[in-house]
Design a binder for this molecule. Sequence first.
Ligand code: IVH
Length: 671
Amino acid sequence: MDRNAAERRIAQLCAEIRRHDHLYYVLDRPEITDAEFDLLYRELVQLEQEHPELVTPDSPTRRVGGAPLDKFEQVTHRIPMLSLENAFTDGDIAEFDARVKRVLGLSATEEIAYVCEPKMDGLAVELVYENGSLAVGSTRGDGFVGENVTQNLKTVKSIPLRLECAHPPALLEVRGEVYLPLEAFQRLNVQREEDGEPPFANPRNAAAGSIRQLDPRIAARRPLAIFCYAPGEVRGAAFASQTEFLDTMRQWGLPVNPLVRRVTGVEGVLSFYREMTDRRDTLPYEIDGVVVKVDSFSLQRELGEKSRSPRWAVAVKFPPRQAVTVIEDIVPSVGRTGVITPTANLRPVEVSGVTVSRATLHNWEEMERKDIRIGDTVVIERAGDVIPAVVRVLTEKRAGSERFLPIPAACPECGSEVVKIPDEVAVRCMGLSCPAQIRESIIHFASRNAMDMEGLGEKYIEQLLRLGLVGNVADLYTLTRDDFMKFDRMGDKLAENLLNAIEASKRRELSRFIFALGIRHVGEHTARLLATAFGSIDNLARATEAELLSIREIGPQVARSITTFFHNEGNRETIRRMVEAGVEPTVEEKKVGGRFTGKTFVFTGALTRFSRSEAQKMVENEGGHAAGSVSKKTDYVVAGAEAGSKLDKARQLGVTVLTEDGFLQMLEGEQ
Ligand code: IVH
């Protein structure tokens, strides 16, 4: 390919890859399969290798480019990154609102428009876009001077390296919070334990620890994400309000939290705060409160700042997720993969509405590092549904009678040999039929996020095991009413319910089934990726390592773990028995690989054969995308009667125009 053609193709590929990254990481609405994406990416890598002079710094291949640094350079923020004043009670919120009104000279009855945002518990950063390209990314530091962590921030896939905007402003500084989703945090800690590294106490530390690494490959391996929430200095664009600013950021391809809401007055703020308090435990990331901002930028300017915080915003904090309590005992417990984890039995303590009586101590190395002993007074922290962890020991509270629990000589459940594998911090029970491993794998299989066998919890599963009615997960599907009636205190109705719950689980989504199998390193997120990519358990079982690796987000370790799992004859037999018993996982709606994959449709004019939302559904079911306005990216415009400007624009741009019937024919595959 000559240089000119290469240059054009590179520009095309960059644009396409950027668009697909945005669809995948920001909008969660992929239009092509990972394999198709991979082809584009590899073509770009190849062309850039042939023409290194054509590589631009914002090329998608430059996400992980740099060599490890010796140290971070300092970056002075053009506008200091302020912090926020905290509020804790409804009264504090009312007081904040009253003060805003007082300073603005408003009467008590006039209401202020506020923007309410979840307060992300991560690491504050600033992204600097010069003429639309990401030039510098830095940490907040002390608010005035931060560290230049550009290389690491470039690895955050949802941060665009170039703004999606035809005429970008000369300068856009945008602030946001980098965070690690909870599921990734849990997975990372499991991984770290296996790699012999200390786990992170909370997702905030994990995010900060990843961004403050000198070697960018480390951040690249972690699925960090960002939500943008405030402007720094901006030249060549202007925003009248926080709402307009956030909307524009969204349009330009920067992630903005979808929960953000514009409300009116104290009442609006309170109801948002209550709603977030309720939803806190179900969000896939950690938040520690809500941030309330006066929407209008001119009112913000009028209100001004105090020395370190603005008068136009306040952080309403949730009750802390930390508490102080005493470790009454430490018990080794065996997990479903045989790993023996020291677990602390705590004097029960309430942590943000939940009574906590256990915490994970992860492993013995970690216990030694933090010098955690039975009888210690400790600070514990819980994040979302993640098992609480011990943050630190309050050594000043020691009485001298505290004692350290050594690694057990034998498995506390089956007495088998216990082995500490070199290079792993984990201590493992080597018993192949260790009852604890079997119990844990069945509990996991039946649990809410897996096969969701309602009512079939730990207690019943233990009875099933004790009575010898189950030996592995496939046996659950052979249980009869008589089996359950052997339980203590079991009635007809309850037995019926349990059987129904097992029956209902036969038609769970494929992703749940994959997750339920308990394959090492395959959490819920990975299970979803696998379900979408392979569409059936048979296909997944047959997948080669290379095929698995072609899926974005799946690395060699996960790929190997999956193939090892399916090569195991025992596992294959268990799956076969379940399928024979009628387990038939359902397949999620096809997002990719449909007839319209990668195609954008615009519907306009009066539609008579279907409604606009039906049309949108039809397009999405086939992997396409329905947009509101016509642009160069539009593939088809479907025009009903009296179509106006959108139809004109389509003709002007040479976009294919279809009638409703034409569209339906295409949907049926007749065109
Ligand atoms: S606005 C001047 N919005 O909270 C206003 N901050 O205590 C600057 N944070 O350092 C911050 N989510 O790390 C803002 N939606 C949000 C936020 C948020 C989290 C953090 C940020 C900041 C700290 C202030």
